[in-house]
Design a protein around this ligand. Structure first.
Ligand SMILES: Nc1ncnc2c1ncn2[C@@H]1O[C@H](COP(=O)(O)OP(=O)(O)O)[C@@H](O)[C@H]1O
Ligand SMILES: [Mg+2]
Length: 257
């Protein structure tokens, strides 16, 4: 929590340091504040991303990582009450989640939301009913051979790793520009984690920008270009992923690793 004194100091600092125009960045989050009802959770988060970068968004359990991703994806809860978000120069803060999706924001939530009763292929086809279209099925299957093998299998009967792949593939079936991955490695065996890592790297090579939230901070940092650590809904560190890997004190304090 900021005290009044801190707040006025911040205001002075903001005046003194000229902020770059957020519309110039590929993706920019400027001082967002979001609430679940009365609960003030996202307390002034800012971050910037260049196109094709991977950002690791880290922090303890309950720090506000999921809430930040949800705010960026413009879902109704938590409610964004203050701050700005821009993708490719276009404002997102004044948009609804379906509009954010049309603009290329794809959130892969922790529970992956594979649609029950539908096959792998039907899950992918369903992602393509709304414009703008992303990858064609054949291209998806080239990158995800496991999904190709299981195209007629009911999606919810896949293993955890395969469901994660399907969730990412579904995002690619839409025209994704910013991929938001919430704990993609959760509950997965190390060998499967490596497969997901490989896919995220391939996606990066294609120029897609990614924010990855992970409890497995080391794995996320190895993949990421940059890192933002949040605590109690505020940014406590922003820098390169490499610096966090090398800074033991920082990791002890905020990541417990
Ligand atoms: N739907 C909700 N309603 C009220 N509070 C919530 C809700 N979801 C999360 N919170 C609270 O917001 C805080 C941040 O949660 P979350 O963003 O899920 O953290 P993280 O993903 O970093 O573990 C926690 O204190 C959590 O209890
Ligand atoms: Mg979370």
């Amino acid at each position: 929590m900021l005290t009044n004194t801190d707040e006025s100091n911040l205001k002075v600092a903001n005046l003194e340091i000229a902020q770059p125009d957020p519309r110039d960045a590929f993706f920019s989050v400027r001082d967002i504040h979001a609430y679940y009802g009365e609960s003030y959770i996202v307390q002034g988060i800012s971050l910037d991303l260049k196109e094709g970068e991977i950002l690791a968004l880290l922090g303890r359990n309950g720090a506000g990582k999921t809430s930040t991703l949800r705010t960026i994806a413009r879902v109704d809860d938590p409610e964004l009450k203050k701050g700005e978000i821009y993708l490719g120069g276009e404002s997102l803060h004044d948009k609804k989640s379906y509009q954010a999706a049309q603009m290329g924001i794809q959130l892969v939530p922790e529970d992956r939301r594979i649609i029950g009763g539908l096959t792998v292929e039907e899950n992918l086809v369903l992602a393509q009913v709304a414009e703008p279209l992303g990858w064609e099925l054949e291209r998806i299957y080239e990158h995800f051979p496991r999904l190709a093998e299981r195209r007629t299998q009911i999606g919810t009967t896949l293993s955890g790793g395969e469901q994660q792949m399907l969730a990412v593939a579904r995002a690619l079936a839409r025209d994704v520009k910013l991929l938001l991955l919430d704990e993609p490695y959760e509950g997965l065996a190390p060998v499967i984690v490596q497969e997901i890592e490989k896919i995220v790297r391939q996606i990066k090579e294609l120029g897609i920008t990614t924010i990855i939230v992970e409890q497995n901070a080391v794995a996320a940092l190895k993949l990421a270009d940059r890192a933002v650590i949040i605590d109690m809904g505020e940014v406590v560190y922003s820098g390169t992923a490499q610096d966090v890997l090398e800074d033991e004190d920082l990791r002890n304090e905020y990541l417990a690793i």
